[in-house]
Design a protein. Structure first.
Length: 501
């Protein structure tokens, strides 16, 4: 059973095995993301002789410590100024760390600020591969020019340089001040590019700023990322007053509600929560963030695609893909559904439904070929179409009704309809060519008066009519549109089938 170390009201797992910390969310070679409990996460980098462990709660870094392996049963945990030695997962000793660097720091404070800075810059240089030059401006700004020696920009290069810079100035932070900073890149052709705008940072905002600079450069053209660099230029200063930390969960975002999940509508990975870790892979970037309610978000980002997986209490709850269509448009694919967004507002939804292949039908043993054809001829009078002839053919005999034999067109239509509403034609289909668009206009208002009508409607049009008639409605006719079966005019059909007319 896993035991815990109580440290400043926090429970830290007593183990050097990352897999024993809790539920494994992600592992890539020697990097682990593990859910411990409640809203606590461990991000662990495993090396040959030690583990580097970061414990986060609600996206905030609580502790960072090292576990040094002594042998298979013993390790030493170094937290802040203390060392805890464990054997067989039991605490056997506690030692306070007395760092020589404290004495060195006191000496450095005695030295004048100008000499201290020069000394710090020398410490940062690595066999003169990277040189730091200090240029003091006339106002509150300080400017550092850091020689890069014709290297190409990379995340590793920037992180290494900026981390060294940060160590030289972080003691200038207090509980009631902040830094303002502007970063520039000078290329070998003497062109200078300013990366983003001036930012204001607290002491806790270092990682946020590194990621912010990287993201800004990734959106620039290939020229800026492939041209050799002469130097980095960091202009900075300090000002009284505390500001809000950068690594916060944004509140001005739009959300998509999907199966009780509140999903951020954004293609920018940094909008999904507080940054826990960012890892640059070959052609992709892996983000781990913590959002509202302790949710952990894993985002694998490439140029035009985000693969997103969300975890709750260490278990995956939803997985989806975001595909970039343009600068302000993307499509989100969840299962068989696609949600299209423009300016972070949903504009379209589509769903892919699986259908079975059409199978071969067995030949009907009770095939009924009993049908009637009916056609209406009209003329125009005062811009109104008036039926003047109705012809009917039952397969044996043909009948025609002319308006000259009736008082009006209404009597003509009703007489023609009643001629087929007899027991002889029970169960027959009545085919009318182009019924849905033309003939139904003249027939429907009369059919509803003399029989029980049940129309079948598709896309706002009547495509067939089930007609029941008789004393107890015991007989049936079905009117159908033959144009839906034979997609051509009657004249072309007769020529095509070589039917004499």
């Amino acid at each position: 059973m896993l035991k815990f170390q109580n440290y400043k009201k926090y429970k830290l797992p007593i183990t050097i095995n990352p897999l024993n910390y809790g539920k494994l969310i992600y592992q890539n070679i020697n990097f682990y993301v593990v859910f411990i409990n409640n809203r606590n996460l461990a991000l662990i980098d495993q090396y040959d002789l030690y583990n580097q462990v970061k414990i986060y709660t609600n996206g905030e870094l609580n502790f960072e410590y090292k576990d040094h392996k002594i042998d298979d049963s013993t390790f030493i945990r170094s937290i802040e100024d203390s060392k805890f030695t464990y054997k067989n997962n039991k605490l056997i000793s506690i030692n306070k760390i007395i760092l020589a660097i404290i004495t060195i720091t006191l000496i450095l404070f005695i030295i004048s600020s100008e000499n201290y800075l020069n000394l710090a810059m020398v410490v940062l240089s690595n066999k003169n591969i990277i040189k730091l030059r200090k240029v003091r401006s006339k106002n509150v700004w300080d400017t550092l020019v850091i020689d890069i020696n014709n290297k190409i920009f990379s995340r590793t290069l920037f992180e290494r340089i900026f981390n060294k810079f940060w160590k030289t100035i972080e003691n200038n932070f207090s509980s009631n001040n902040h830094m303002f900073i502007l970063f520039k890149v000078k290329y070998v052709n003497n062109e200078i590019s300013t990366i983003g705008k001036i930012q204001r940072l607290n002491k806790a905002d270092k990682d946020w700023y590194i990621n912010w600079i990287i993201n800004n450069l990734e959106f620039k053209s290939e020229y800026y990322n492939e041209t050799q660099i002469d130097s980095f230029i960091i202009s900075y200063g300090f000002k009284d007053g505390k500001i809000s930390d950068k690594n916060i969960i944004k509140t001005d975002l739009n959300y998509q509600n999907y199966k009780n999940n509140k999903l951020v509508i954004s293609f920018n990975p940094l909008d999904f929560g507080k940054i826990l870790n960012i890892t640059k892979l070959d052609n992709e970037t892996l983000y781990f963030l913590q959002g509202e309610n302790g949710l952990v978000i894993k985002i694998l980002n490439s140029e035009n695609e985000n693969s997103i997986e969300i975890f709750k209490l260490g278990d995956p709850i939803i997985k989806f893909e975001d595909l970039k269509l343009s600068e302000n448009k993307f499509v989100r694919i969840i299962d068989n559904k696609k949600f299209y967004f423009e300016n972070n507002q949903q504009i379209l939804f589509s769903k892919e439904n699986k259908s079975k292949f059409i199978s071969k039908l067995e030949k009907s043993k009770n095939l009924i070929n009993n049908f009637i054809t009916l056609d209406i001829e009209t003329y125009i009078k005062d811009n109104v179409l008036i039926p003047f002839c109705i012809s009917i053919y039952d397969g044996k005999e043909s009948y025609s009704y002319f308006i000259s034999d009736f008082k009006n067109s209404t009597e003509l239509i009703i007489t023609a309809l009643r001629s087929i509403m007899i027991r002889k034609y029970n169960g027959f289909n009545v085919y009318i060519h182009n019924m849905a668009k033309f003939d139904i206009i003249f027939l429907l208002k009369h059919l509803v008066k003399i029989a029980d009508v049940q129309p079948v409607i598709h896309n706002g049009r009547i495509i067939s009519i089930n007609l029941n008639f008789g004393k107890d409605l015991e007989y049936r006719l079905q009117f159908k549109d033959s144009y839906l079966i034979l997609l051509s005019s009657l004249s072309k059909l007769t020529n095509g089938f070589r039917v004499e007319t």
